[in-house]
Design a protein. Structure first.
Length: 179
């Protein structure tokens, strides 16, 4: 496992370049470890010089506390690993009942194709919009408006016209349709 800072990108993907790339990444990680080890060694020597004979007691205390923390970490990791390898101990004997995704509460009967499309869920992406989708939208809105009472139709036509004009002005110029 190579950390992100040590990854080196090579433009060619030949077998030789892949081997070279792997070796350079490993070399960088090894050099980083050596550098950090030398810093740690220098800090150890400086602390030993600063604290003198007390340094051995301090070092033993540090090592004991670090070892107990590592033991706790490894204990939890081993417990998790054993739980994963042994698998679940309890088995479910009852069969689960799954409900249909779509429940038709209307008096409209859907075809199998319509039901299968509805079963795909709310985030299902329909096909891309055709060139004349704004005209189709206006025609569908007009069909829906004709089902309204006569005194509300003109108001709804005005609202729909404003919304369609707003949609039309927000379209990028390369996607607009001109008849």
């Amino acid at each position: 496992m190579i950390p992100k800072y040590a990854r080196i990108k090579v433009p060619y993907t030949s077998p030789a370049s892949i081997v070279t790339q792997r070796k350079t990444q490993l070399l960088r990680v090894k050099e980083e470890i050596k550098f950090l080890y030398t810093l740690l060694y220098k800090a150890h020597l400086h602390a030993a010089q600063e604290w003198g004979s007390c340094w051995n007691l301090i070092q033993d205390h540090i090592l004991n506390s670090v070892n107990t923390k590592f033991a706790d970490v490894y204990r939890t990791l081993n417990r998790k690993l054993s739980q994963l390898t042994h698998g679940p101990t309890d088995t479910i004997n009852s069969k689960q009942k799954f409900f249909q995704r779509v429940t038709n509460l209307t008096n409209i009967n859907f075809t199998k194709d319509e039901t299968s499309m509805l079963n795909k869920g709310l985030k299902y992406n329909l096909a891309h919009k055709h060139n004349n989708w704004i005209q189709n939208l206006s025609l569908e809105a007009e069909c829906a408006i004709t089902l309204l009472p006569h005194d509300e139709q003109e108001y709804m036509r005005h609202c729909v016209a404003k919304q369609i004009d707003k949609i039309y002005t927000q379209l990028p110029t390369y996607r607009t349709y001109t008849p």
